[in-house]
Design a protein around this ligand. Structure first.
Ligand SMILES: NC(=O)c1ccc[n+]([C@@H]2O[C@H](COP(=O)([O-])OP(=O)(O)OC[C@H]3O[C@@H](n4cnc5c(N)ncnc54)[C@H](OP(=O)(O)O)[C@@H]3O)[C@@H](O)[C@H]2O)c1
Length: 237
């Protein structure tokens, strides 16, 4: 039975919420965070186990030291936050939106990993959630790919610089979560299109990414690794 504590930044929805549920089943102690207090509260009520929920904005870099002080000591950090800023065809993508994407995802991940260090166990781990746009060559994802490749680049560097803390990254493919804030019809069509291009023939569900994250947290001999969990979409077909 695990009594280790995991902090999930972006734990009130999608991949982070599924990871919280999966880890609570494995008897980890879990803290979830998010900006929207009502969403965070609803997420907390949907979960069973040793759970705390703390509202914070991970993109408010100046506020992060105080936010981690309020969280206190823990064993594993999961960075599952991020929105969809930076998507669009390279020739016309809005540069201000790409910049927002870097600020809201890359910088937030970078700064959380730095600010947590006084509270993170040396026997623990950091797991970044990047995206397969960092490995695939999909038109329309130059911004997203750059944002997420920068995050994936951190794992091997920090695995060495922060040793013995293990640092890894999960790179999900297309996963059915509220990140895709489309109408039901557009969502259905979009997912059908991605499913047709994915070797396993479907999009993923957040529980599958949670399993990959739980592996990286639990396996004490894996560090500096990016685990691609994408149904094979990066391979193209
Ligand atoms: N879904 C996919 O197909 C997919 C594929 C590849 C990679 N990813 C990546 O996986 C990560 C999680 O995505 P998801 O699909 O689980 O999205 P989601 O369902 O929208 O969940 C995002 C979570 O992050 C929180 N969050 C966002 N900005 C935050 C901030 N500044 N500070 C604190 N919390 C913040 C959100 O809560 P609040 O809004 O209340 O803050 C929410 O809990 C993202 O980085 C995304 O890029 C997703």
């Amino acid at each position: 039975m695990s009594s280790q504590r995991v902090v999930i930044i972006g734990g009130s929805s999608g991949i982070g919420l599924a990871t919280a549920a999966h880890l609570l089943e494995k008897d980890y102690r879990v803290t979830i965070t998010g900006r929207d207090k009502a969403k965070l509260q609803a997420a907390a009520q949907s979960l069973d186990g040793d759970l705390t929920a703390i509202a914070m904005d991970a993109a408010d870099l100046a506020g992060l030291p105080a936010a981690f002080e309020a969280i206190g000591p823990f064993d594993h950090l999961v960075l599952a936050l991020g929105g969809g800023n930076g998507a669009g065809p390279f020739a016309t993508v809005d540069l201000a939106d790409v910049r927002r994407g870097f600020e809201r995802k890359t910088m937030a991940h970078f700064a959380c990993a730095q600010a947590c260090l006084p509270y993170l166990s040396k026997q623990g781990s950091i797991t970044f959630v990047s995206a397969v746009s960092a490995q695939a060559a999909m038109p329309g994802t130059a911004g997203l790919g750059a944002i997420n490749a920068a995050i994936a680049a951190l794992a091997p560097i920090l695995a060495v610089e922060l040793k013995p803390i293990r640092v890894n990254c999960v790179s999900p493919g297309v996963v059915d979560t509220p990140w895709w804030d489309f109408t039901a019809e557009r969502r259905k069509q979009t997912f059908a299109g991605f499913a047709a291009r994915t070797p396993v023939g479907r999009v993923g569900n957040p529980g599958e990414i949670a399993e990959a994250i739980a592996f990286l947290i639990g396996n004490g001999f894996t560090s500096g690794h990016t685990l691609i969990c994408d149904g094979g979409i990066r391979l193209g077909q």
